[in-house]
Ligand binder design. Structure first.
Ligand code: 2P0
Length: 340
């Protein structure tokens, strides 16, 4: 007996960052956080194949098998799904990612969301979106926001078991069609401090982090309002300040975590120079040196002209606000678990 399921999900880009956990094992965040989901041009497509013939869980990305330690985020998810379905078979995870893996472009949020949906589909589990989002979260926090397209808030929740901590949609993909999100790749090597370890160290050592947590409620209210009112100027300013705040807190962590490099800082300065006559673009950085840029369609051409002057930029992925992830009937593996 084999079970196969396939799903496609896109990464997301945070306006308000998730940085720090209140429960490590259940992956519960210190603060609510807000993102938008990229469109399907950046999606990850994943087929999950459960079979008694497998001797261990396997992870394949873009045709290459990854070592067992690369499954550390997938296995907690698979175990939840296996328990819900009452099976004990191992799984082969076979993913095709359109963005470079580990390039700091949030590929894990897409990967873990696609995995949760594909596994639930393979085993015929019909789960409400909240429950799917919680299963995503147990793999990787940020992936619980990819369960919806549009603009999504991962609500912190108060319960110790995490049953009220999941992604909720603020507005769908049709709400702000003029908005563009650019994922800019300037460095494609794996980051030195993974976000999981980095955020843990911040919670333990940064005093500036306490101030961040005090202020974040106001930031969340303002970002929700900017999104609802499609106020680009407000969203742009809040997004840049929030990114700078997260990276200031990383610098205040001991030992300090330096995700930005000289090229990242060149992008920051160039965007501020570009914005001198009024806010037309904003940057934000996750746990790595690669910027995301937001702008509106009317300013996209000038933003691209600005970026093209920077010779260190390797790739620019341009995206609209994306829709919901999808379960697909067409699989990447056949009934024997071989690539189609
Ligand atoms: C975010 N990041 O909001 C923030 C901003 C990185 C910087 O979510 O430990 O890979 O698996 O829950 O989801 C990266 O964190 O961490 C992240 P885990 P995850 O997107």
């Amino acid at each position: 007996m084999v079970y196969i399921g396939t799903a496609e999900a896109s990464p997301n880009m945070p306006f308000v960052k998730y940085w720090g956990k209140r429960n490590e094992a259940l992956i519960l965040p210190m603060n609510s956080n807000i993102s938008a989901t990229f469109d399907s041009s950046l999606a990850t497509r994943t087929t999950v194949f459960f079979s008694e013939s497998l001797k261990a869980d396997e992870l394949w990305i873009n045709g290459k098998q990854f070592p067992p330690e690369s499954l550390d985020k997938a296995i907690p998810q698979l175990n939840i799904i296996r328990e819900l379905a009452g099976i004990q078979m191992f799984a082969k995870i076979y993913s095709i990612s359109k963005v470079p893996v580990a390039a700091g472009l949030s590929s894990s949020s897409a990967g873990l969301c696609a995995l949760a949906l594909a596994s639930a589909s393979a085993l015929g589990l019909k789960l409400p979106a909240e429950e799917l989002s919680i299963i995503c979260r147990r793999g990787s926090g940020s992936s619980c926001r990819s369960i919806y397209g549009g603009f999504v808030e991962w609500v912190r929740g108060d319960k110790t078991d995490g049953s009220d901590s999941y992604g909720v949609q603020i507005a769908d993909d049709k709400h702000w069609p003029e908005l563009r999100m650019l994922a800019v790749s300037i460095e494609e090597t794996e980051k030195k401090v993974k976000s999981r370890a980095g955020m843990k160290q911040t919670v333990l050592t940064s005093t500036l982090y306490q101030k961040r947590l005090q202020d974040i409620g106001n930031t969340l209210d303002s970002v929700r309002n900017a999104i609802r009112n499609k106020n680009f100027q407000s969203l742009a300013e809040l997004t840049m300040k929030e990114s700078n705040n997260m990276h200031a807190v990383c610098m205040d962590t001991w030992p300090p975590i330096l995700y930005l490099n000289d090229n990242s800082r060149t992008v920051i300065q160039s965007i501020h120079d570009f914005n001198e006559g009024g806010l037309r673009a904003a940057y934000t950085f996750d746990a790595g040196p690669n910027p995301y840029i937001i702008t509106e369609e009317k300013n996209l051409k000038s933003v691209l002209e600005l970026l093209k002057k920077m010779s260190f930029i390797k790739h620019i992925f341009i995206s609209k606000i994306g829709g919901n992830p999808r379960v697909l009937e067409e699989h990447l593996l056949n009934e024997k678990g071989k690539p189609v």
